[in-house]
Every structure is written in structure tokens, then in C-alpha cells.
Design a protein around this ligand. Sequence first.
Ligand code: ADP
Ligand code: MG
Length: 301
Amino acid sequence: MKIAILSQDPKLYSTRRLREAAENRHHDVQVINFMRCYMNITSHKPFVIYQGQRLENFDAIIPRIGASATFYGTAVVRQFEVMGGFSANTSQAISRSRDKLRSLQILARKGIGLPVTGFAHATQDIDGLIETVGGAPVVIKLLEGTQGIGVVLAETHQAAKSVIEAFRGLDANILVQEYIAEAKGTDIRCFVVGEKVVAAIKRQGAEGEFRSNLHRGGKADKVRLTPEERSTAVRAAKAMGLRVAGVDLLRSNHGPLVMEINSSPGLEGIEKTTGVDVAGKIIEYLEKNAAPGKTTDRIQY
Ligand code: ADP
Ligand code: MG
């Protein structure tokens, strides 16, 4: 197959591993910095130009679009889709997954377990908002944060009120969520490819930290998933229309709750912790599923 990896940095661990896995399986692979592509938008013969070269006839593309590059990155993915290429994740699924509120609404509609969540932009009724999620302690999140930045634990009603007022002053969209204390600063990252969880790790926040993000000093360990956790992760990815996804779960005392879904999940932490060849699983998935014009998206939201 002819495979394109859309990535801003060929040196990144995930990019290197995907290239290596594709080469090991004798595919013709090219890493393309999508930010430097330009496109010809025409109905006759649409194309993408990169480094003076016309990119055509790719059987499959693997988008690795960072959160800060969503707008242009998804436009390039869409162009490959228009040209008939199969994308490991569709441009629509990537865009959808970048909005935390939209993601939670889609998951809720499919009956997937979530922390009780309230949403507001400029409500006057802050007390009511805090009470709708069961009262303090609550977690308050900026809608477009990543890597744990913009996620605050407010232990008392007063603290929650101050934080919400501060965010409101900044004109930010926020989520207010029930705090799952029994997760004890850990979460589970499930790496989903197609209809399977191919690897999973448990992440534990640094001492005294409720956020388990590895970027915030969290540590990763192997973990055994329950069947319910597996099926929750697969259903969540499917609900979002993602074929490759990092689904983050909290272990609550009433079962697994989906906290968020990532459409360009990193490979380093999960491969190094579990020893699973996750990059190989993604290439294998493309071998089985990539066919021209098969990039479709049937999610209605
Ligand atoms: P980000 O996109 O910035 O990673 P998350 O929603 O994943 O934001 O939150 C960051 C971390 O905070 C999570 O990995 C988890 O450890 C912790 N966390 C988030 N929401 C909750 C919650 N409702 N209850 C308990 N812990 C939470
Ligand atoms: Mg997270």
C-alpha cells in the first residue's frame, strides 16, 4: 500500500513508530507535514501539493493532527478524502472529537457512562449549576484545554463559585463535572483500533495531584481491563466515528465512566509501558480496511 502519515514532526516517537511499522510490513510510506501542504480545490481533479510534488494515489492516510492544528489539519485530511483516500480517522470524526462538550453529548446519546456534567457560558445561576452536578467537590474544565491545563478541582462550593466566576470573566466556555474521588487520581487510557482495545494503561497523577496526565508528571502502569471497560471504550470510539482512538476512563464505584476521547492518541507511553506494537496494529487495520472511497461518516452530530 501507499501510506501517508500526516504529521508536523517526523522525529516524534509516534510518527517514527508508524513509519517503521509500515516499512516493516513493506508498505511505501511518506511523512507529510500537512501544515506545509497546499491544495487545489476543484471537482475535476483535486490534489495536494507538498514540497513541489503532487501527492496522489495514496491508499491510506494516518492523520496525526495536534489540537492546535485542527482547522488546517482536518482540511488537508478532507482533501485526501475527496481524492478517494482512506483515512485512519475521518476529518469529521477528528473535528467532532476536539470539542469536549459535543463529544459528551454524543456519548450521552448512546447511553455511555459519563461523569454527571453541566455546561455553561454565562449563567447567572452559578449555585444552580454546581447543584446540577451534585454539589462540591466538582471539577471545572475549559472546553478546549488539553494535557490537564484548564482542569481545576474545586473542593468547596465557595471555591467552585470563584473559579466559575473567574472563567466567566474571561468569556470562556466551561464544563462543570461531578468529581470522581474514588478514581484516586488515576485514569485508564484504552487504545482502540477498529473494534478492539489493543492496549491499555493506568495513569496515576503525581503525589497530591488529582490529574493523571503524563504531561503533569503522572506515571503509567500496565492494567487489566474488565470486559465492561473494554466494551465501553469500543462503544465510545464507535459512537464518535473514530477508528483509532484513545479513550480515557475513570473507575467509579458505579462502573467505568468515559472522561474524554482523543483522535490522535500518543504511542510512546502506551507502547513502552505495555510492550504492545500499537503502531503495527494500526497498519494491520489499514491493510484490512483501506479501500478507495471507503471513508464514510454516518454519525449525525
Ligand atoms: P485534558 O484534556 O486536559 O487531559 P481531562 O478531562 O482529561 O482534561 O482531565 C485531566 C485529568 O483530570 C484526567 O486525566 C483525570 O485524572 C482528572 N479528572 C478529570 N475529570 C475528572 C473527574 N470528573 N473526576 C476525577 N478526576 C478527573
Ligand atoms: Mg485528558
